[in-house]
Design a protein around this ligand. Structure first.
Ligand SMILES: *Cc1c(COP(=O)(O)O)cnc(C)c1O
Length: 371
């Protein structure tokens, strides 16, 4: 049995008629940039995230950049984030001219460690960017407490966590602003690049809207230099349909995660730890294994679409060599990067597929590590 890491076509088939009609409708209206679909999507997505405002932007990377720019962050500033994330988190920081400061993760959750954040604060620190990686919400109690005590801003990177909750509240509703990606493979994915910034603060959201659209609110009156980073009408129309299914799809992911947790309970692998206050969105199901690269190769050879998120922590990437952070500086992060393995995870997975993944993983680990 061949099983992909995710199956976007299976999902399209389940909403094909609605999506096809929405595309035709949007083209018929020539509502390619702006328009009703975008406005309605922004309203619906804000409501979904329990926030006042949402602004559609071009992609999740721009969302991070625009949220920080809206806060006035720029050259000379430091922004604390993690190295165990996709590069977009740090790119969004660097694009403003600020410096990303990478801190250690918690060994159990693989998420930002609030104590490490506090230790990294300097007189230049302006903001914290926690990443709800894999759809697992960060410890927002600890992070908000530190931010408030030190007068720092918080921008949540929720690009992998649409619908996740912390203490019953949606992620994205804790920080000053939060960033979402609608890259096709995310829990809520467009049919191309797309993203959003959400906020409880209407003035900040308005600033993001202005920055994302050439620094203007009126057609040819530019209050500042911005960029061109808009969510287009076709993507908004598709995202509206998909948003209505998101909770059901996330429930499918939860089902898959529950299955893996029980089927792999005795495996020689470290399974994801979930904080008692967290309700993850299960963007990825990430286990930690010894000899990860060998296990990965063997799984792929047996038709399993496994992956690694992410093999090289940001502070060890060539792109960040100018920060001069030596190997060993973030030992938990580095150990995590060497052992993480993502197994197939998508809402449409059948019981047969789940069983096959678990069985193959168990066999592969046993082969690799004879005891
Ligand atoms: C996907 C992702 C982004 C960036 O999103 P794009 O839409 O691909 O630009 C940012 N942060 C994290 C953690 C992501 O996974």
């Amino acid at each position: 049995m061949k099983i992909p890491l995710l199956d976007l076509y299976a999902q399209y088939l389940s909403i094909k008629d609605e999506v096809d009609a929405a595309i035709q409708r949007t083209i018929a209206q020539s509502a390619f940039i702006g328009g009703d679909e975008l406005r309605m999507f922004e309203t619906e997505f804000a409501a979904y995230c329990d926030v006042g405002s949402a602004v559609g932007v071009g992609n999740g990377t721009d969302a991070v950049y625009l949220a920080l720019r809206a806060l006035g962050i720029g050259p000379g500033d430091e922004v604390i984030t993690v190295a165990h994330t996709f590069i977009a988190t740090a790119e969004g920081i660097s694009l403003t001219g600020a410096r990303p400061v990478f801190v250690e993760i918690n060994d159990d959750t693989m998420l930002m460690d609030p104590d490490a954040v506090e230790a990294a604060i300097t007189s230049k620190t302006r903001a914290i960017v926690p990443v709800h990686l894999y759809g697992q919400p960060c410890d927002m109690d600890g992070i908000m407490e530190i931010a408030n005590r030190h007068g720092l801003r918080v921008v949540e990177d929720a690009a992998q966590a649409h619908g996740a909750r912390w203490r019953g509240r949606r992620v994205g509703s804790f920080g000053d602003l939060a960033c979402f990606s609608f890259f096709p493979g995310k829990n809520l994915g467009a049919y191309g690049d797309a993203g959003a910034v959400v906020s409880q603060d209407e003035a900040l959201a308005k600033r993001v809207r202005m920055l994302a659209n050439h620094g203007r609110l009126d057609k040819y009156y530019h209050r500042m230099e911005g960029v061109n980073s808009r969510l287009d009408g076709l993507q908004a129309a598709i995202l509206r349909i998909k948003l209505r299914n998101l909770d059901a799809w996330n429930a499918g992911r939860r089902r898959a995660a529950r299955y893996y947790a029980s089927a792999l309970a005795d495996a020689d692998a470290r399974l994801p730890a979930v904080d008692a206050r967290a309700e993850p969105a299960w963007h990825l199901y990430v286990v930690r294994v010894a000899d990860r690269d060998d296990v990965l190769k063997e799984l792929n050879a047996r038709g399993m679409g496994a992956g690694v998120h992410y093999p090289v922590p940001l502070h060890r990437q060539p792109a960040y060599q100018h920060l001069n952070i030596p190997e060993g500086a973030l030992p938990i992060t580095e150990r995590t990067a060497a052992s993480v393995l993502s197994v197939p995870m998508y809402p449409e997975m059948s019981s047969e597929q789940l069983a096959a993944v678990a069985q193959t993983l168990l066999e592969t680990i046993d082969v690799r590590r004879p005891v």
